[in-house]
Design a protein around this ligand. Structure first.
Ligand code: PEP
Ligand code: MG
Length: 614
């Protein structure tokens, strides 16, 4: 059952009144959407496993129980792998395949046997002790990627212990419930989804965890980062998961339930309206055409590209493809197959960005920096590490023969980086020709405009590239000197700051003088209210998550290009971001009032009542 069709919290007013006062817990959103239902407190299988001393005579029997549990856990994982492959595709399934390998890893299972035999520990306790040791080592790592992998070990631990208890789950999950847990694993989410669970809430977990990736792919609203959530939520309490705002509402009042129902209904209506827009051209009322493209990260999102009317992929971040496979050294052949699937599936051009490591993205090379955002990132890493660049480039060039593909270079600062990249590409091209690959020509190459040095001097780069793509997420942080991921300064981070707008305009002007196009692929491109200004700056394309494209097209089709240009001119003269927003709001009120309504509705639905937040 999908979250948006979920009316599970159809609790009567009397029931709600009995349930106690409404409370709101603030966490982080792992997966958007709204789910309403009864809370189900989910205990992990390992909870309550105690230390027992085994009789001398029963030791081998205990070892045999452990071996059997391993076998059953393995079969269980094979089932999960089959479901995952069918629902999510190969990339997501790689997590479970890796878990299966861990299940057979002698470094993990031999110490368990040893503990049973030498310390006479019961199998459940021995499993828990060994896994905990390994987990603590991962959790103490400086590497965020390794820290998050600790949850895979917790998954395996639970899986074996559950089998030791002959498959009994600690809590039976039923349909139309919201699972509330201390910790959840990716496999739990798949299993819950299969049983009709509507949403998930957990104390621990991060936005880049596998739980988050899988919940998003299954369209299941999910939250994390709610301290002691299992103590705050009574079992069976009515709850609302607001996956848009990262909020959990316990014992919602009838008014809150109504508000969320309205929001669900509105979203359903919008979805319908948006479906009608998919086949219409992305043009203004006066016929100015731009391209609306899709930002994607997973192969599973490919079908959304066409479904939401994208004209192609404007940004495919390849980091996730690597992350899902838990390695940065993917073979050329494996990459070639991934890229080939992508270019063959996408109707227009596929813009594939080379591996953008560094900054907040895992860099699993033994490496630490004090200031990673100003450090070894993107193109800087690739040029220093040909063992990463060359296989990716070979795979991309080979895939380019199967469809329309263009390459995008991340985090470029110096012209020299593009020149050196082009040299490597020519070498790789010659090598491939010599190996017998019939590649007609090298694909077009674009640079990400993320560093002010590029935006200020696009003319320097233009002779060496085929297009530009403005990455406002990084450009804004580098122009304003505000960390894009730091909550303390988040309210000062604003991609509509006139200094950022000016750099976009300079890029567009410089590129157009050389006959090159400019697209924008930062998050601001997903905001319908920002579209008129961005359009007015002369951008040729906007790339955003597929689901955002219909609302963007809706705004585009209600406005005139000349008016948007006038708005952009005014915004460029504004003194600060506040002034830009004031101008923009006024402009939207006159030229696209529905966009204002949409913003107001969203604010209303999320903030209308602000009950006690704990
Ligand atoms: C950007 O910086 O705007 C961008 C699209 O790249 P990423 O968010 O992957 O850094
Ligand atoms: Mg970036």
């Amino acid at each position: 059952m999908s979250a948006s069709s979920n009316d599970a919290a159809s609790s009567s007013a009397a029931e709600i009144a009995e349930a106690g006062p409404e409370r709101v817990l603030e966490g982080i959103s792992l997966s958007p959407g709204i789910a309403m239902g009864r809370a189900l407190l989910y205990a992990r299988a390992s909870d309550g496993v105690e230390h027992e001393v085994i009789n001398e005579a029963a030791i081998e029997q205990e070892v045999a129980l452990f071996e059997e549990a391993l076998e059953r856990a393995d079969r269980d994982l094979q089932r999960i792998i089959a479901i995952s492959r069918e629902k999510l595709g190969d990339d997501s399934t790689a997590i479970f395949e890796a878990q299966r390998m861990m299940l057979h890893d002698e470094e993990l299972v031999t110490p368990v046997r040893r503990r049973i035999r030498e310390k006479r520990q019961n199998a459940g306790y021995a499993v828990k002790a060994v896994m905990q040791q390994h987990r603590h080592r991962l959790e103490a790592s400086d590497d965020e990627y390794l820290r998050e992998r600790a949850s895979d070990l917790a998954d395996i631990q639970d899986r074996i212990i559950r089998q030791l208890r002959r498959g009994k789950m600690s809590a039976e999950v039923g349909e139309a419930t919201i699972v509330v847990a201390e910790n959840l694993g990716a496999a739990d989410v798949i299993r819950f989804n299969n049983r009709g669970v509507l949403g998930c809430v957990s104390e621990h977990g991060g936005a880049t965890s596998h739980v988050a990736l899988i919940a998003r792919a299954l369209e299941m609203p999910a939250l994390a980062g709610l301290p002691d959530v299992t103590e705050h939520v009574p079992d069976q309490a009515p709850v609302v998961v607001d996956g848009h705002r990262g909020r959990l509402i316990i014992n919602p009042t009838p008014e809150t339930v109504d508000r969320y129902r309205e929001q669900q209904a509105r979203h359903r209506r919008r979805r319908k309206e948006h479906q009608e827009l998919v086949s219409l051209p992305a043009e203004t009322k006066d016929g100015h055409r731009i391209q609306l493209m899709a930002n994607i990260e997973f192969r599973e999102e490919l079908e959304l590209v066409e479904q939401y009317g994208a004209e192609g992929i404007g940004l495919l971040r390849t980091e996730m493809l690597f992350l899902m496979r838990r390695t940065i050294s993917l073979s050329e052949q494996m990459q070639y197959e991934m890229y080939r699937t992508i270019v063959e599936a996408v109707p227009g051009v596929s813009t594939i960005r080379l591996l953008d490591l560094g900054g907040d993205k895992m860099l699993p090379l033994a490496h630490r920096e004090h200031n990673p955002f100003l450090g070894w990132r993107g193109m800087r890493v690739l040029l220093d590490r040909p063992e990463l660049l060359r296989p990716q480039l070979r795979a991309l060039l080979r895939a380019s023969t199967h469809g329309s593909l263009q390459l995008l270079l991340p985090m470029v600062t110096h012209r020299d980086e593009v020149v050196r990249f082009n040299d490597v590409m020519q070498e790789v091209y010659a090598e491939l020709q010599a190996d017998g690959h019939a590649i007609e020509e090298v694909p077009p190459v674009g640079v990400m405009v993320e560093v002010p040095a590029v935006a200020l001097r696009p003319d320097v780069f233009a002779p060496h590239v085929d297009f530009f793509s403005v990455g406002t997420n990084d450009l804004t942080q580098y122009v304003l000197a505000i960390d894009r991921g730091n909550d303390l300064v988040a309210n000062r981070y604003d991609a509509l700051h006139p200094a950022v707008l000016e750099l976009i305009q300079r890029t567009v002007q410089g590129a157009h003088e050389h006959g090159l196009s400019v697209s924008l692929c930062g998050e601001i491109g997903s905001e319908p209210h920002a579209l008129p200004i961005l359009l007015g700056l002369g951008l040729d394309a906007i790339s955003a998550s597929p689901t955002y494209l219909p609302p963007l097209k809706r705004v585009l089709r209600t406005i005139h290009y000349a008016n948007a240009e006038a708005l952009a001119r005014e915004a460029l003269c504004a003194a600060d971001a506040t002034e830009v927003h004031a101008l923009n709001d006024e402009w939207l009120r006159v030229h696209a009032p529905k966009t204002m309504d949409m913003r107001a509705e969203n604010r209303l639905s999320s903030d209308a009542s602000e009950p006690s937040t704990s």
